[in-house]
Ligand binder design. Structure first.
Ligand SMILES: [Mn+2]
Length: 475
């Protein structure tokens, strides 16, 4: 841990006053002032208004400012079965509402009972999945699309879908986590992904990121966003989201040869020291302690399968360390396995660990995410995120890749100079699904102008320096 700010950022402005809305000036920069600085405005459209904006059938989906108003509120299908049409309608409605409806009116677009039904249906599916989902039985005409961090940048996620194609019978999707926080549409983004999960549970796989936690969402905006969008039902909605986060699986193995997870590799459970017989106990105790502190070995897929993932915040100490490692760890060029001191949780692992993990489990590829352009700026030994991905380790058995899918990240930045990074996704193709095909893409411009839900100028930079004290208090 370094000496960065050790406390939570100041509370974000009152959700009720953050009715900064859309569409009025789409050319305005994303670096908007915080909500409290701007006078409240009336929403351009509310549910009581049925007037539609001028429609233009020739407008592309990405300039939805002129799209006709969809039917709101969205309702849950009477038979409880989601269809492709329903999911596409949800997408079109969120795209429209992100430009035309004040965040404080979001409940009138997706009413709480519909939100509840969707989150419940998804939670049930997710909680049943194993820690490491195995994506097998792929047919020769299937492809698998792997996606990294998206961080609430709804419009970029929708662009990614249009470019890569939507989930279908023969197009699988694996998302590596970090759906929410920082970007202003974490709720819409997460709900769209949940809708795909519910509609195609065996084609769409949603893994957990470190931001799908109570700690991160209380610091980086998602909690405030949900409170703003669901008003007096906000706490209820936020709790449901947290419950769903707890169910998200930690990792995937695609076609037997590709391991994906948000952070990456993880330690093995420490061997439980055998207590010596009573008479020798005192004498041997010191030796055992020494062994315990020195034991940091790579974990196995078997240990991963047995970890307890259902925690609001993965612990950084105690017995249940695998979830925190999988969600928070980073690769390094330095050989070996060591504590990730920069982040205060998780591990750093070297190319030798990548090689031994690949070899031991007969894998060809590790695809992890977790590091954007800001994080990589501070890690001289590793590549930058300009193209949305880096190849970090190339070993005898295969490769380690970092994949980041939020272009022009972060949405809100305190400096004039932006990273202007591309986002990327990976397509895996038959027969072996183990050769990554990289696709980089630019951000959708302009983004609707909205206010951030966290104090982006003062919040601790990147994910580093996890504030363990506040995390403990937060539980
Ligand atoms: Mn992350």
């Amino acid at each position: 841990m370094s000496s960065s700010p050790n406390s939570l950022p100041p509370p974000a402005p009152d959700p009720e006053s953050s009715s900064a809305i859309a569409a009025a000036d789409n050319n305005a920069p994303d670096t908007a002032t915080t909500a409290g600085d701007s006078p409240p405005e009336e929403p351009i459209c509310s549910t009581t208004t049925t007037a539609t904006t001028t429609s233009s059938s020739s407008s592309s989906p990405s300039d939805g400012a002129e799209d006709p108003q969809p039917d709101i509120p969205i309702s849950w299908p009477p038979d409880g079965q989601l269809s492709s049409e329903w999911v596409h309608r949800l997408i079109a409605t969120f795209d429209w509402s992100s430009r035309n409806v004040a965040p404080s009116q979001f409940y009138s677009v997706l009413p709480v009972p519909v939100f509840d039904a969707l989150v419940l249906a998804a939670s049930k599916l997710l909680h049943k999945e194993p820690n490491c989902v195995s994506i097998g039985g792929l047919s020769p005409d299937s492809t698998v699309v792997v996606v990294g961090d998206v961080h609430g940048q709804l419009h970029d996620v929708l662009l990614l879908f249009r470019e890569a194609g939507f989930p279908s019978e023969n197009r699988y999707f694996v998302f590596n986590g970090d759906y929410v926080d920082r970007g202003a549409w974490g709720l819409e983004t997460f709900l769209v992904l949940l809708a795909w999960k519910v509609f195609m549970p065996h084609r769409v796989f949603l893994l957990r990121g470190n931001h799908e936690s109570k700690y991160c969402t209380s610091v980086y905006g998602f909690e405030k966003e949900v409170l703003a969008k669901y008003g007096d039902k906000g706490k209820h909605a936020y709790r449901k989201c947290l419950g769903c986060f707890e169910g998200l699986p930690l990792a995937s193995i695609i076609a037997g040869h590709v391991y994906t997870a948000h952070g990456g590799l993880f330690r093995g459970n420490p061997a439980i020291p055998t207590l010596p017989k009573r008479s020798k106990r005192k004498k041997n105790r010191k030796v055992n302690l020494q062994q315990e502190t020195n034991t940091l070995a790579l974990g196995s897929l078997d240990e991963l399968a047995k970890a307890r993932r259902s925690v609001l915040d993965p612990p950084w100490e105690g017995q249940n360390l695998i979830p925190g490692d999988v969600l928070w760890s980073d690769p390094t060029m330095k050989p070996g396995l060591s504590p990730n001191k920069e982040r205060g949780i998780g591990l750093l692992w070297g190319p030798d660990c990548t090689e031994s993990f690949l070899k031991r489990f007969q894998l060809k590829l590790i695809i992890r995410s977790h590091e954007g352009p800001d994080a990589r700026e501070k890690r001289p030994g590793l590549g930058n995120m300009d193209e949305g991905y880096t190849i970090d380790h190339v070993t005898e058995s295969g490769k380690l890749i970092t994949l980041f899918s939020a272009p022009d990240y972060p949405q809100f930045q305190a400096t004039e100079e932006r990273y202007k990074n591309k986002g990327a996704y990976i397509v895996l193709r038959p027969p072996n699904f183990d050769e990554p095909e990289f696709h980089s893409f630019d951000a959708v411009t302009p983004r609707p102008q909205v206010n951030p839900y966290y104090d982006f100028e003062d919040v601790i930079d990147s994910d580093e320096d996890l504030d363990l004290a506040s995390m403990a208090n937060n539980d």
